[in-house]
Design a protein around this ligand. Structure first.
Ligand SMILES: C[S@@+](CC[C@H](N)C(=O)[O-])C[C@H]1O[C@@H](n2cnc3c(N)ncnc32)[C@H](O)[C@@H]1O
Length: 340
């Protein structure tokens, strides 16, 4: 079992970790009244006060619409309202000055405070959105989607593969890159593929090879298949909530290849960090780990059990704040916990 040396440095670090978790909650509650609402100048002023209070960057609230309008997918691919079996493309208009999340979580400081970059456009913006059923939003070329895939877009080279077609933003932006040779996609929903073939693929301005495999990502998540590609980007979840469940199932397969990235991985891992930190605090305080696990709500209990299972295998003694933070923020550690 992992152990701790009790000292002042760790006392303070533990306290700061817990305070940062409380601060995130307060911050989110405070900005809830503003998100997805049209900001009046008065509301904007109040919002800036809140951002300042929590040290969240506040000078970039106004986003230049060029960032979207000059995106090559947004420029080249036009989608009217199309309904097809279980799915549809709908045009959504974002009213000017509507406060939106412009990316997924970013960490702030060395503990567990994090925030979504937020902002608004000064003009109305139209976006095509891919929806399934009554409420599932699979994809739109919104800033948050593009920003959150930026690393994946940049890292794509040679033979690329992605799991989850959506409206083909990532595949298109990859294909436009000189160093990308071909793109393969694994997609589960035949309607998404049919709609893509009919309305989107004909608008792609590229002759490079684009192959779509109709299948379940889990059936293709094996070393033999994944090793056929130079770069793999896994993106078949809707948000951090369903994402963490799917991502955990992938981690349980214990495939550790350096050329795979996962959409919004860092954001999904925050939910786990929020279990790992109080778990380690419990161990540090010499309190009952079993009581801690029992106190976790049903949805996250499995994560708490995995956390316990992993730390029971460790025999090291943590002495410094750096060692503690390396555990909490270490992607390799967090992946190993989920793989339990
Ligand atoms: C967030 S979208 C992908 C967006 C895409 N990266 C883009 O650039 O447009 C997720 C896609 O994954 C698909 N999907 C969901 N579960 C899947 C599974 N188990 N295997 C393969 N595809 C799946 C959905 O039908 C949807 O098209």
């Amino acid at each position: 079992m992992i152990r701790f040396e009790r000292n002042t440095e760790l006392d303070i670090a533990m306290k700061n970790l817990i305070i940062s978790m409380i601060d995130v909650n307060d911050y989110l509650t405070n900005i809830l009244d503003y998100t997805e609402r049209v900001l009046t100048p008065k509301m904007e002023k109040k919002l800036i006060e809140i951002l300042k209070k929590y040290n969240v960057p506040h000078d970039g609230l106004k986003y230049d619409s060029k960032i979207l309008i000059e995106n090559q997918y947004y420029k080249d691919i036009k989608l009217d309202n199309v309904y097809y079996q279980s799915i549809r493309y709908e045009k959504a208009t974002i009213k000017k000055r509507t406060l939106m999340n412009m990316n997924f979580h970013q960490s702030l400081g060395k503990y567990l405070f994090h925030y979504h970059p937020i902002g608004y456009f000064e003009t109305d913006i139209d976006l095509p959105v891919l929806k399934e059923g009554s409420s599932k939003v699979w994809m739109s070329p919104a800033i948050s989607e593009i920003e959150s895939m930026r690393d994946g877009i940049e890292k794509g080279h040679g033979k690329c593969m992605t799991m989850g077609l959506g409206i083909g933003v990532l595949p298109y932006l990859w294909l436009l890159k000189d160093d990308v040779e071909s793109v393969t996609i694994v997609e589960f929903n035949k309607d998404v593929i049919d709609l893509f073939e009919k309305y989107i693929r004909p608008q792609f301005k590229t002759d490079k090879k684009l192959k779509i495999i109709h299948g379940d990502a889990f059936d293709f998540y094996n070393e033999e298949f994944l090793n056929q590609f130079d770069y793999v980007y896994v993106d078949f979840w809707e948000s951090t909530e369903d994402g963490l469940i799917f991502y955990t199932k992938l981690m349980e397969k214990k495939i550790d290849l350096p050329h795979i990235d996962y959409w919004i991985e860092d954001s999904m891992l925050y939910d786990l960090k929020y279990i790992v930190a109080p778990y380690l605090y419990t161990v540090y305080e010499g309190k009952s780990v079993m009581d801690f696990i029992s106190s976790i709500d049903e949805d996250s209990k499995e994560l708490a059990k995995k956390t316990n299972k992993y730390f029971k295998t460790r025999t090291d003694v943590i002495k410094t704040e750096d060692e503690l933070l390396n555990i909490i923020h270490g992607k390799d550690v967090l992946r190993k916990i989920l793989a339990q």
